[in-house]
Design a protein around this ligand. Structure first.
Ligand code: NDP
Ligand code: HSE
Length: 440
């Protein structure tokens, strides 16, 4: 039977999942592939560390270069994370004509173009299904299943750690720090969990998805990104009252140019932020570390992919599926079967100022005559239309009362201007809270 030799860099959460799936599902994989996948080398930082799967000691090496130098390694699987050593490893593999599988969204989002160019030059493939939404086959869906379609909108819960935290805060009233510690214990969080809670990890994933869905070329810093650290229990409660659930959402969608926007190519919005979504929506039911991506496309209409977005076995299953796909290409001598993403952008990113959506605003104000009128006038001056208002008269220790306003769709720059003005009023006692609303 034909053998395909692979070298795996990284034997942590995901590497452990990959090795255990390769071992436990070897028979099924062989039957489906008609070839045998053989692990030739596994690179780790600390060779003495105890591992979840037992390996022949001769396979394990502390040198990444051993994967590159081994002529029997046809596919390099990069699972070490980061963008420096991982880039050198992946670029080194491509230069030697080896195919690459990676689950590293930071690497693909930051330096994917260079790597794809190199892969095209060398006639080899780079697969990265595990980089977005763990085990959910969203990359394959966009690259292959929906290759015939035109995507209009993508709304995703693409970070398991933050969805786990928001679910615990919303359902059990757990403090954020406690829920984050649990997510770290379960292996969902990034080595630096700031990337998760800041929305940075989701922004990296959105860049990868927007390239495949719309032909966008975005860097994470281009995406309007807000994390979950500012969310307070009160916001969950108020949102529930208005019929909303609170999620960290990644959104990319085609939009029409508004009056005054400079004409040009097709326009998209790309943003990651906490969002109120209808409680009855499918995305609102995505709990814990689960991920989901809802698509709207011209031919298929609405569709949704749902599943585990992080963790050893879910992510491992996506990585192994990539290894199998690549092995099929190798066995059939057909590299480049699925083209790499386009490097020239086909759409333009709308400036953050021009983004339009509904807003939930929570003000902390003195309970004196005229406060509501002043705030309403400030919003009206900027063409922001109010959809609902609620005020509760129980004051906190400082004599402030919460006033919550939900608006119709408004322009981001107008909203920011209004909030800045309202925060300067002598009747405003704490910075106002803003959460965007997606009606989906
Ligand atoms: P871990 O920190 O659990 O594992 C990293 C592994 O890489 C460790 O085995 C480490 O060795 C090894 N390593 C790091 N640097 C080197 C080096 N220079 N040379 C050799 N080995 C090295 O990370 P994860 O498994 O969680 O993540 C790996 C990648 O997968 C990241 O890109 C991450 O973003 C991505 N990912 C993670 C998911 C998850 O749920 N955890 C989900 C989807 C993607 P040692 O064990 O000796 O320290
Ligand atoms: N830290 C990431 C998450 C891992 O929580 O979703 C999967 O990419």
């Amino acid at each position: 039977m034909r053998e395909v030799g692979i070298g795996i860099a990284g034997f942590g959460t995901v590497g452990g999942g990959v090795l255990s799936i390769l071992e436990n599902h070897a028979r099924e994989i062989e039957a489906r592939l008609g070839a045998r996948i053989v692990v030739r080398r596994v690179a780790v930082r600390d060779v003495a560390k105890e591992r979840a799967v037992a390996l022949h000691p001769g396979l394990v090496t502390p040198r990444l270069s051993d994967l590159l130098d081994d002529r029997e390694v046809e596919v390099v699987v990069e699972l070490i994370g980061g963008t420096t050593e991982a880039f050198d490893l992946v670029a080194g593999a491509l230069r030697r004509g080896k195919h690459v599988v990676t689950a590293n969204k930071a690497l693909i989002a930051a330096r994917g173009d260079e790597l794809f160019r190199l892969a095209a030059e060398k006639g080899v493939d780079v697969y990265y299904e595990g980089a977005v939404c763990g085990g959910i086959p969203i990359i394959r869906t966009l690259r292959e299943a929906l290759a015939s379609d035109r995507i209009q909108a993508l709304h995703g819960i693409v970070n398991g750690t933050t969805n786990f935290i928001l679910t615990a805060m919303s359902e059990n009233g757990e403090p954020l720090a406690q829920a984050l510690a649990e997510a770290q214990r379960l292996g969902y969080a990034e080595a630096d969990p700031t990337l998760d809670v800041s929305g940075g990890d989701a922004a990296q994933k959105l860049c990868i998805l927007a390239q495949l869905a719309f032909g966008a070329r975005l860097r994470p810093e281009d995406v309007l990104t807000e994390g979950i650290m500012q969310l307070e229990p009160a916001d969950f409660a108020w949102g529930r009252g208005f019929g909303y659930a609170l999620k960290l959402l990644a959104v990319a969608c085609r939009v029409e140019r508004a009056e005054g926007e400079v004409p040009g190519p097709d326009l998209i919005e790309a943003r990651v932020h906490p969002a109120f979504i209808p409680q009855a929506s499918l995305l609102a039911g995505v709990r814990g570390a689960m991920n989901a991506v809802q698509l709207r496309s011209d031919a298929l209409g609405p569709s949704m992919l749902f599943g585990q977005g992080a963790g050893a076995l879910p992510t491992g299953s996506a990585v192994v599926a990539d290894i199998i796909d690549l092995s099929r290409n190798i066995v059939a001598s057909s590299p480049g079967r699925v083209p790499l993403p386009p490097s020239t952008p086909r759409v333009q990113l709308r400036s953050h100022d021009e983004i339009r959506c509904g807003y939930y605003l929570r003000f902390s104000v003195k309970d004196v005559p005229g406060v509501l009128a002043r705030i309403a006038n400030t919003l009206a001056d900027r063409r922001i239309s109010i959809a609902a208002v609620e005020q509760r008269d129980q004051a906190d220790g400082g004599g402030a009362v919460p006033l919550v306003i939900v608006t119709h769709r408004a322009r981001e720059a107008d909203m920011r201007g209004a909030i800045a003005a309202i925060d300067r009023f002598d009747t405003t006692v704490a910075p106002s809270r803003l959460i965007r609303i997606e009606e989906l």
